[in-house]
Unconditional design. Structure first.
Length: 146
C-alpha cells in the first residue's frame, strides 16, 4: 500500500535513509520540512503486507512538472519491485495531464538506480559536474507520461 508519510513512520524511514545514503542522508527535519513546509513537497511511503514501511518516495509536485527528490528501499527489501511500484504510482499521478515531465538527479556511480529509472523511460538529460561534492550527477528526465 502506498500512502502519505505519517509521523510514526519517521523512525523507520530514517533507518532506511541512513543505510541508503550515509553521510548525505536526510534528517527527520528534512522529511518533515518536505511534507509540512515546502508547498509543493510530498512524501509517500510503501507499506508492506507485514505493516512495515519498506520504502518511500519524496517529490516536488509543481503545476506543470514534477521532480523526484528522494527514493529508497530498505536493504533487505530490495529487488522485490518496491521502488518500481513507487515509480509506477507516481507516473500514474500524471494521468490527468498536468505534468509535462518528471526529473531527478542521481549519482553517476549509482548504476542500480540509473538502470531502474531507464527501465521506466527516464533518459539522461545532462551531466552535472561535482553535483554531489566530488561526484558528478546526472539530470534524468521522462517526458512521455501518457
Ligand atoms: C535504487 C533502489 C531505490 C531500487 O529499489 P528496489 O526496490 O530494489 O527496486 P526494484 O526492486 O523495483 O528494482 C530493482 C531490480 O530488481 C528487479 N526486480 C524487481 N522485482 C523483482 C522480483 N520480483 N524478482 C527478481 N527481481 C526483481 C528489477 O527488475 C530491477 O532490476 P534492474 O537492477 O535490472 O533494474 C534501491 O536500490 C535503493 O534504495 N538504493 C539506495 C538508495 C538510492 O540509491 N536511491 C536512488 C537515489 S537517486
Amino acid at each position: 500500500m502506498i500512502r502519505q508519510m505519517d509521523d510514526r513512520d519517521l523512525e523507520r524511514i530514517l533507518e532506511i535513509e541512513n543505510q541508503s545514503f550515509g553521510k548525505s542522508a536526510w534528517t527527520r527535519e528534512d522529511f518533515l520540512h518536505e511534507r509540512d513546509v515546502t508547498p509543493y513537497g510530498r512524501v509517500v511511503v510503501y507499506e508492506d503486507t507485514d505493516g512495515q514501511v519498506a520504502g518511500y518516495l519524496a517529490y516536488w509536485d509543481f503545476e506543470d512538472r514534477a521532480e523526484i527528490t528522494n527514493l529508497a528501499v530498505a536493504e533487505e527489501k530490495r529487488c522485490l519491485g518496491i521502488a518500481s511500484a513507487l515509480l509506477e504510482w507516481m507516473i500514474g499521478l500524471s494521468a490527468d495531464g498536468d505534468w509535462q515531465n518528471i526529473t531527478l538527479e542521481v549519482r553517476v556511480g549509482n548504476q542500480n538506480a540509473i538502470r531502474l529509472y531507464k527501465r521506466f523511460g527516464f533518459e539522461i538529460w545532462a551531466l552535472k559536474k561535482n553535483y554531489y561534492g566530488t561526484e558528478d550527477g546526472y539530470l534524468m528526465g521522462k517526458e512521455d507520461l501518457g
